[in-house]
Design a protein around this ligand. Structure first.
Ligand code: NA7
Length: 536
């Protein structure tokens, strides 16, 4: 466009996390020219930004890693069962070096707009540092949990202490010694951060709106013998992950929780509790995600554990989740979360009982009075799934904005593409298993699907691809029907958009399992891509 200095490339890749890094690598292997953009100052995505104390993945390290390179898989040394954020970030830096990925990424550069030009069938992409790129293809690998959310609390601007969000944590850490720290939020992040902050702080006051279910991680060092055994069998392990429900191979109970006797159930829950891990615990019986009565047996077991762990019975009761099924909000995995409330320097404020009225210069006022604080930590999560896409001005055919096209709910075909936006690919978009699964498995699969589509287009001489409106509508109905078979719609979660005031409530991830999803994609690929329209 007029007077702008425009660079032409084949592909723009947005994001340099797990998704964007792999997408860029594979696009280069296809011989395409690529411009990658990343808002952060380096690679890592989620693991670049989320440096809060206690940040750790809830999927085991050996599974939460790329499988595309056997050499990479064999050379990288994971040191713990569940990897901490610094280790994952080191791994992603290693991957960036090993495959020379940084060369084609521009860091500290946020993509602001992507507009499709129907005349020349190209995307015009512009950034906050004034670059203009024209690309045949756009790949958005911007994460589902990257647009942070801070509640609009009255008086927040007046607070004189430090205000932190867990997803924008300073790289060199934060010192909390002798300080009174308030933490708002008890989701996966708060549950990880609270014990770690409490170990070094003067006092921590936790402002809890909804108590959460959490399963102990039972984290431990990975010994070299354990790692060697995993490496020796890696391809088989990866295949089992791909053929599993959640992208993590676990021993999945096939029985209903309701046909097991109370003693059998108690034994099975206790066994899995001792092993650690959320996916493992919720695989105890076949119907924990689908049957409310079955689910209640698992929920009640966890409540019992909380009551046994927290010494003060009133405090235990306030920390005990009720009224929504376990797993319907994402299950948390913790290290000493409930134990932390036995510390003298930790207290809980139930803001459901006494809501926050305002933030003052020196703390938080609830209906019970003022809590004096030096620091305020928001662990209040993200405008998930659609938030990152809507933050970019994306316009497709006829100048139609994505946010307008998806105003009621996102609709995609396979979570990979959306009608009216030719050659625009989403890595783990809504309608795919995405963050319901071990997302690295889903990311690799999506990038490989894109590669397959592009190879097929090249072979057949096509220039553009997009889903048909019919295939997209059918897929969206299918995704919705799968969600309705589960208990997910029964919680006020970020999955449902319920954490963001005014956001339409709808469960938009594919709940049928990684195994079923990948099988469906294989069928579509084998049949020559029904549901997609190709043009020269
Ligand atoms: P989550 O899971 O969305 O948790 C956010 C927490 O913040 C949760 O406890 C919320 O309570 C609380 N919250 C949100 N808004 C408010 C307001 N206005 N007042 C008080 N408390 C509030 O985000 P996370 O970062 O923990 O985890 C996100 C995902 O990242 C996680 O599931 C993993 O997949 C990785 P609520 O439960 O809504 O009552």
């Amino acid at each position: 466009p007029g007077g702008k200095n425009v660079t032409d490339v084949d592909v723009v890749v947005v994001g340099a996390g797990f998704g964007g890094m792999y997408a860029l690598h594979r696009m280069r292997e296809l011989g395409l020219s690529v411009a990658g953009f990343e808002a952060g100052d380096d690679v890592g995505g989620t693991w670049f930004w989320n440096r809060y104390p206690g940040a750790r993945c809830d999927v085991e390290s050996v599974d939460y890693s790329y499988s595309f390179s056997a050499e990479l898989e064999q050379e990288w040394v994971w040191t713990e069962r569940y990897p901490a954020q610094p280790e994952i970030l080191r791994y992603l830096n290693h991957v960036a070096d090993r495959f020379d990925l940084r060369r084609d990424f521009r860091f500290g550069t946020r993509v602001m707009a992507a507009h499709y030009d129907e005349q020349d069938r190209r995307w015009a992409v512009s950034t906050d540092s004034g670059q203009h790129v024209s690309a045949a293809l756009c790949i958005f690998a911007i994460g589902n949990l990257s647009t942070l959310y801070v509640p609009d609390l009255p008086g927040l601007d007046a607070f004189e202490g430090r205000i932190l969000h867990t997803a924008r944590w300073p790289a060199d850490g934060v010192e909390f010694a002798d300080r009174r720290v308030g933490v708002i939020g008890t989701g996966s992040t708060g549950i990880q951060a609270i014990p770690a902050i409490a170990r070094g702080a003067g006092h921590v006051t936790v402002f809890q709106r909804t108590p959460n279910y959490s399963i102990p991680a039972v984290n431990r060092p990975l010994t070299s013998a354990q790692l060697a055994a995993i490496r020796a069998d890696y391809p088989a392990r990866r295949e089992l992950n791909r053929r599993s429900r959640s992208g993590i191979h676990v021993d999945r109970g096939s029985q209903s929780a309701l046909t097991a006797s109370p003693a059998e159930r108690a034994d099975e829950y206790a066994r899995r509790w001792a092993m650690g891990g959320g996916a493992n615990f919720l695989a105890a019986f076949a119907d924990l995600y689908t049957d409310l009565d079955a689910n209640e047996t698992a929920a009640e077991f966890v409540r019992g554990q909380i009551r046994q762990t927290v010494r003060d019975p009133d405090l235990a009761e306030r920390l005990t989740p009720k009224g929504y099924p376990i797993g319907s909000k994402r299950i948390c995995v913790d290290i000493d979360y409930f134990e932390t409330f036995n510390r003298d320097n930790v207290s809980l404020v139930d803001i459901r009982e006494s809501p926050i009225r305002s933030v003052t210069a020196h703390g938080i006022c609830t209906e019970d009075g003022e809590y004096r604080l030096d620091d305020l930590v928001f662990a209040t999560g993200f405008d998930a799934i659609t938030g990152p896409l809507f933050a970019i001005d994306i316009c497709g055919e006829q100048g139609r904005a994505l946010s307008e096209s998806w105003a009621d709910a996102p609709h995609t075909y396979l979570g990979l593409m959306t009608t009216g936006f030719p050659n625009l690919f989403l890595v783990t978009g809504p309608g795919s298993p995405s963050v319901l699964s071990n997302v690295v498995v889903s990311i690799e699969h999506h990038v490989e699907l894109i590669v397959g589509i592009l190879e097929s287009m090249k072979a057949r001489g096509y220039g553009t691809v997009q889903p048909t409106a019919e295939a997209e509508a059918d897929w969206t109905d299918h995704v919705d029907a799968l969600a309705q078979q589960t208990l997910y719609p029964r919680a006020n979660s970020w999955y449902m958009g319920a954490n963001i005031p005014g956001k339409p409530r709808r469960f938009t991830l594919y709940a049928g399992g990684v195994d079923a999803y990948q099988a469906e994609c294989e069928r579509i690929v084998a049949a020559g891509y029904p549901g997609f329209t190709f043009e020269p």
